[in-house]
Design a protein around this ligand. Structure first.
Ligand code: ATP
Ligand code: MG
Length: 573
């Protein structure tokens, strides 16, 4: 195999030697970091918020650093404790109790986080929704989960179809005119002003549910994934080991709390290690993000390939305007990271980007590249200590190195989902090959245990007896300067089974021509393999993506074949 190797990052790390660390690892040692280990009283909100005030003398430290182009807000841990207590009292007054589903439909803001943690303090189950969801997406999820309440804003409440939600009893509206409330509505500000700042978290067990989150909908209808308070063990641990967050670090995760990365790493992860979460409101722009990195002196930055690709496309001149010398560790998630992008980051930031693979169902990072280890560029490296990963065949047999198969994890880590809401058959599908949790992604492992992502099950292309992962072909295509983004599918063909078809968006300044078409096909053929070269290339202004930034290959495929495109609730317009 042909790949570049980047040596370990300089400096001291929470994990200095992966092999040694794995050998001596036990989850129990991680559990000792939590108060409940000695008190037996469990609630993630206590560990993430109250503890810093009650036990650790960090009440004046920042817990939320929010900014947008108009304002800046800092919320300390002491203020956060008080605000979340108040909100828990507001909910209790409305009759919300343990196990009830309470949804969040609020743009990224301090209120979003306060409401989230307030719900969790009462023992209710929080249901984060992405702020840009339209009516149907909101309705589907609330109906499926029989939610009794939702917290929202004046700007968004019209997208909640109250009449079609028989279980809905309360709509808590931020920014409402309290003299002009509609049916079911209460004013967030009014209720908060009247609520007591004293609240003892409802004590639970680690197995009690904490949040219900719907998947991104890349492969079909989103699934409602239920997670418990025990996810805190995995969140805490991966903040330390995958993101290497240490005493003096400033951590920024750019993900929206409407997706699992946002829940685990923009909200709970930072708090569990006693850090502020940085929330940047407003729309993406390269300048704005670089300015945010500079302003807070971010040292550890967690983002996604689609964002890195946009930053790279904005050009080196923009980066040079900012002092980003504080950056020491970058992590990426959501889609495979094209080698081209890692090389770009190394050049402009002189820092490696570390892959972190996981899914809504796994709750926390599972397969990652680590600061202390070399990176084989294009691989997502190795499972986190405490988790065993294997490539299995469809019967659950472990495959030898270099064979593509199901990326599987030995079940039972803290943070593994406990239920697909009201869908036990779907849940059981993941666990058919006991003891393996079968992810639905295809990968292979090399002789040294590095894992190489190939694509999702449905996306892997069978062509002329070969199996081709779309990711490899896409990565090769974006290496070419004319290609900004690529999505590759198998198009049914009588002779070959499938042919490889690529959809691309051109980089600024390029125009499509027969010569470029030939050149790109040749580029993949010579750079990768003849059988992997696209037979057809189609140019699009942009590729269909989920709102969390993932290319929706199933939409490209359905369009290509003239079939119904299926659930589009998470499609970005
Ligand atoms: P749905 O399950 O509804 O089709 P989804 O799988 O996109 O949507 P998520 O749980 O948000 O929903 O995403 C998990 C998936 O994202 C993984 O199964 C994998 O395909 C992809 N993914 C996440 N991180 C990485 C990564 N570092 N490299 C490659 N792929 C990744
Ligand atoms: Mg999925």
């Amino acid at each position: 195999m042909d790949y570049e190797v980047l040596p370990p990052s300089p400096g001291k790390h929470n994990m200095e030697n992966y092999e040694e660390f794995c050998k001596n690892f036990s989850w129990e040692n991680v559990e000792k970091e939590f108060s409940w280990y000695t008190t037996g009283k469990v609630n993630i909100a206590y560990e993430a918020i109250d503890r810093w005030v009650d036990e650790k003398n960090k009440g004046n430290d920042a817990a939320i650093l929010y900014s947008d182009t108009e304002k800046e807000v800092t919320v300390t841990f002491a203020q956060l404790k008080e605000q979340t207590n108040k909100f828990a009292n507001v909910l209790t007054k409305l009759g919300i109790k343990k196990g009830d589903r309470v949804f969040l439909f609020i743009p990224r803001s301090p209120e979003m986080l306060i409401a989230f943690a307030g719900i969790v303090k009462t023992g209710a189950i929080a249901g984060p929704l992405f702020e840009a969801f339209m009516e149907e997406a909101v309705k589907d999820r609330m109906l499926d989960s029989e939610a009794v309440a939702i917290v929202t804003t004046v700007g968004q409440k019209s997208r909640i179809k109250k009449d079609e939600l028989p279980n809905l009893k309360h709509v808590i509206v931020i920014g409402a005119d309290e003299n002009n409330l509609e049916s079911l509505e209460v004013s967030y500000e009014k209720e908060m002003a009247e609520a007591s700042a004293d609240f003892t978290p409802v004590w639970l067990t680690r197995e009690d549910p904490m949040f219900l989150l719907y998947t991104s909908g890349s492969t079909g209808k989103p699934k409602g994934v239920l997670h418990t308070h025990n996810i805190m063990v995995g969140q805490y641990f991966t903040m330390r080991i995958a993101h290497d967050v240490q005493e003096n670090d400033v951590f920024w995760c750019t993900a929206d709390p409407g997706w699992v990365t946002g829940v685990s790493y923009s909200v709970w992860g930072p708090w569990l290690v006693g850090k502020a979460t940085i929330i940047r409101g407003g729309r993406f722009s390269a300048e704005d993000w670089y300015a945010t990195l500079e302003k807070y002196g971010v040292t550890v930055w967690y983002s996604a390939p689609t964002a890195f690709r946009m930053l790279a496309a904005a050009g080196d001149e923009v980066v040079k305007k900012y002092n980003l010398s504080s950056l020491r560790h970058i992590t990426s998630v959501g889609e495979p990271l094209n080698p081209e992008v890692i090389i770009w980051a190394k050049r402009v930031f002189d820092v490696r980007i570390h892959e972190t693979w996981f899914m809504t169902e796994t709750g926390v990072n599972m397969v990652c590249c680590y600061a202390c280890e070399p990176i084989r560029v294009g691989s997502m490296c190795k499972p986190i200590p405490g988790v065993e990963a294997a490539i299995t065949d469809d019967e659950g047999n472990v495959l030898p190195p270099m064979q593509m198969g199901n990326l599987s994890l030995k079940k039972g880590w803290p943070g593994m989902m406990v239920e697909i809401w009201k869908n036990p058959e779907k849940y059981n599908e993941y666990f058919q090959n006991d003891p393996w949790y079968v992810s639905g992604d295809q990968a292979f492992m090399d002789e040294d245990g590095y894992i190489w992502f190939q694509g999702r099950n449905d996306d892997v292309i069978k062509t002329a007896g070969e199996r081709v992962g779309p990711f490899e072909v896409e990565s090769k295509l974006v290496e070419h300067p004319a290609v900004a983004e690529a999505g590759v599918i198998g198009k049914p063909d009588e002779v070959r089974g499938n042919i490889i078809k690529a959809f691309i968006a051109l980089a600024p300044g390029y125009t499509w021509s027969d010569e470029l078409d030939k050149e790109l096909k040749q580029f993949v053929k010579l750079g990768l393999a003849a059988h992997a070269a696209p037979k057809e290339i189609e140019v699009r202004d942009k590729l269909p993506k989920t709102r969390s930034g993932k290319i929706m290959r199933r939409v490209l495929k359905a369009q290509e074949m003239g079939l119904p495109v299926g659930d589009l609730s998470t499609l970005d317009d």
